[in-house]
Write a protein that binds this ligand. Sequence first.
Ligand code: IPD
Ligand code: CA
Ligand code: CA
Length: 259
Amino acid sequence: MEQLRQAIIDAANAAGKIISSYFQGVFTVESKDGKNNLVTEVDNHSEKVIIDIIKERFPGHSIISEEVGEMIQDSEYQWIIDPIDGTVNFAHGIPICCVSIGLRHQGKMLMGVVYNPLMNEFFFAERGKGAFLNGEPIRVSAKQDFKTACLVTGFPYKWPETKEHPIKVFERMILQGLPVRRLGSAAIDLCWVACGRFDGFWEYNLNSWDVAAGYLIVREAGGRISNFDGSETTVFDKETLATNGHIHEAMLRVINNKE
Ligand code: IPD
Ligand code: CA
Ligand code: CA
């Protein structure tokens, strides 16, 4: 266990060094499928150092990583990597971005790290052992009253025509007079719920690498995560509602337009 812990921390620190060294500097930027869905050479560089560390120490483990895809092995361990979450922010010199690394064992999240080197914030959680920010234990907020909650969300680049546009849910939240922020990094959104800055976060169409580490960090900090129907979610599902638990049902009602 100690070796896994050391590896996830070392990999996040190595990626963090790369992210900081290029930040607001010169690097190539390309667009992926949508013209504003970006990837930079720093994403690829960060991804390489993380994967090199994992492969060197655990050559038999499976890996899912955003830019290179899946490296499936016959293993109980699976690493889920986002080499930079918040690439659009990073490309614009906005210091809200991070590296996110999750580790699953036998299909359950075991450890997660979300590290924003630009704000010197290192979030870590291990199943059953709590969640931490820079080594200090964190908890979700105690907020009970949804009417005074502070929320965060994000918008997908694409959504199915058959589904209500995510802006409609945003509109309903805003019309209730709630402050809703949009930071541009789902992993950071989740961690900021975990440490009580936000009371709730929702987003549609996130990928496993955006949420794997963050889900564990929220749960270990005492929060609740579900799909938009309130059911249990896995890192591979497409609906994310993460809250302090107290405001969860109220948020579900607004998301589902049941008020
Ligand atoms: C994105 C961020 C953003 C979310 C997008 C993600 P990336 O990840 O998490 O907050 O709204 O859906 O794709 O592309 O910066 O790794
Ligand atoms: Ca991401
Ligand atoms: Ca990314």
